[in-house]
Design a protein around this ligand. Structure first.
Ligand code: ARG
Length: 481
């Protein structure tokens, strides 16, 4: 039977096949199947408890829904293409199985609140999954940081050698960006974790339903507050699209660095063979394709955000069919982000760090120039004046093919009589790093502290993810019992 035949009262003519295929959401709804049945189980248990439908009908519906859940798990649930979405498919299969009592399931709800509820449940799981994967990557960065507290490398601004830093400081910089990303996903989780079910088509329902009960039994914090907002709100989708976008932008920047670092010009790292590709024509090549694809895929991920923003722009309240278009972009964006995160974590945790090359680059230029100025400041020279003295010394070095460390005290004294033997210790790059012990700086004491904070943040999230996942799992167990 077609969907229209069931809701046939209003129509004289049959729906054209092209209308059906144009309006169908079945292709993406497959991802919502499980959640749809869970939502229905929570709803019917509530209808039973509130005595809105007879108890024995409710029991038959519950048994039927459990069978459907099992069919879905075994891959036996057949979608009827002539029914436009998952909600209708489940209801039809139910009625098919238990007879007209199945028709009582849809009391006090609508597909509008149903789809909003299903999608929130789906995105809750995806959000927790994403946080786990971000943390997986953070863990890889932390491991490199732990092993490289004394690996000195050039720190860059404007892509020019700026000041010496450690690789630990550099890796932790990325870790903190990602930590905020993971936190942002959890913040969004808080807002999306409210249940729209029972808002019905848009205005609520005349039946004495208990929305608190359905919300709790689906693992939500509680019900949403306004029925019209509930069926029209896709902020939670858009917000996650943004969270994914910013995370992907961070991954893209990291990729760019890894690509540069693995080039012959830098040589800072070597990526593991199993996470690189060869060239079909140039036998010597080892290409950082994974990093390039991660950088490239950030495009589509950010496209999803724009899709969402444009979709909700100018929509009048409340539900409009436009909203059906919310699923594919964000499902794809989160899928893509998660695969980028896991691949990036593999690339990072298996790459070889060339600390010797990093050190040779850091000692080959004038990266300790700020430190020479700081040295003069310790001798009482105002910083601005010291800056000028060092600038002139650098100029001299360039003209004579020398580094600052190569200058003799006599040469130094051409620029300032205050420079003595102790200058060499002072401008040694390792000492330069260690002296940057200000809060958040690159000294080893500072990076040890940063490591502690990054690990704490990571572990706190791990607890939240575990608690929320356990709560959701226990809800499913209870509903299927
Ligand atoms: N497939 C629809 C969606 O994703 C489900 C809700 C349909 N509601 C309706 N009134 N046609 O939005």
């Amino acid at each position: 039977m077609s969907q229209q035949a069931l809701w046939s009262g209003r129509f004289e003519d049959k729906m054209d096949d092209s209308t059906l295929s144009f309006t169908s959401s079945l292709d993406v709804d497959v991802m919502l199947s499980f959640y749809d049945v869970m939502g229905s189980l929570a709803h019917v248990r509530m209808l039973k408890k509130c005595e809105i439908i007879p108890s024995d009908d409710a029991d038959r519906i519950i048994e039927g829904l459990k069978t459907i859940a099992a069919e879905m798990e075994n891959g036996e649930f057949k979608m009827d293409e002539s029914l436009e979405d998952i909600h209708t498919n489940v209801e039809f299969r139910l009625t098919d199985m238990i007879g007209p009592a199945g028709g009582k399931l849809h009391t006090g709800r609508s597909r509008n609140d149903q789809v909003a509820t299903d999608f929130r449940m789906y995105l809750r799981d995806m959000t927790l999954e994403t946080v786990k994967n971000i943390d997986l990557l953070i863990d890889s960065l932390i491991t490199i940081a732990k092993d490289n507290g004394d690996t000195v490398m050039p720190g860059f601004t404007h892509m020019q050698h700026a000041q010496p830093v450690t690789l630990a400081q550099h890796m932790l910089a990325h870790a903190f960006k990602l930590s905020r990303d993971a936190q942002r996903f959890l913040d969004a989780f808080e807002r999306l974790n409210l249940c729209p079910l029972g808002s019905a088509a848009l205005a609520g329902t005349t039946y004495p339903i208990d929305r608190e009960m359905t919300a709790r039994s689906l693992g939500f914090k509680g019900p949403t507050f306004n029925s019209m907002d509930s069926v029209s709100d896709r902020d939670f989708v858009t917000e996650l699209a943004f969270c994914a976008s910013l995370t992907s932008i961070h991954l893209s920047s990291m990729s760019e660095e890894l690509i540069l670092w693995s080039s012959q010009e830098f040589g800072f790292i070597e990526m593991a063979d199993k996470y690189t590709t060869g060239s079909s024509i140039m036998p010597q090549k080892k290409n950082p394709d994974i990093a390039e694809l991660i950088r490239g895929r950030s495009g589509a991920i950010n496209g999803s955000l724009i899709t969402m923003l444009m979709m909700i722009k100018g929509l009048p309240l409340s539900y409009n069919r436009d909203l059906q278009e919310d699923k594919k972009p964000v499902m794809e964006s989160l899928d893509s982000l998660n695969s980028c995160l896991t691949m990036m974590s593999k690339v990072i945790s298996t790459m070889k760090v060339r600390s010797d090359v990093m050190l040779s680059k850091v000692t080959s230029g004038f990266i300790n120039a700020t430190d020479l100025a700081d040295y003069l400041v310790t001798k009482g020279v105002p910083f601005r004046e010291a800056h000028g003295i060092v600038g002139a010394s650098v100029r001299y070095c360039i003209d004579n093919g020398k580094k600052l460390d190569d200058l003799s005290v006599e040469e130094f004294n051409k620029f300032s009589p205050l420079i003595t033997d102790d200058v060499y210790q002072f401008i040694d790059v390792r000492n330069c790093v260690e002296r940057r012990s200000s809060f958040g700086g690159t000294s080893s004491a500072s990076t040890d502290y940063q490591l502690m904070i990054a690990i704490q943040e990571y572990m706190a999230r791990e607890d939240i993810v575990r608690q929320e996942s356990d709560l959701i799992e226990s809800c499913w167990d209870e509903l299927l019992n």
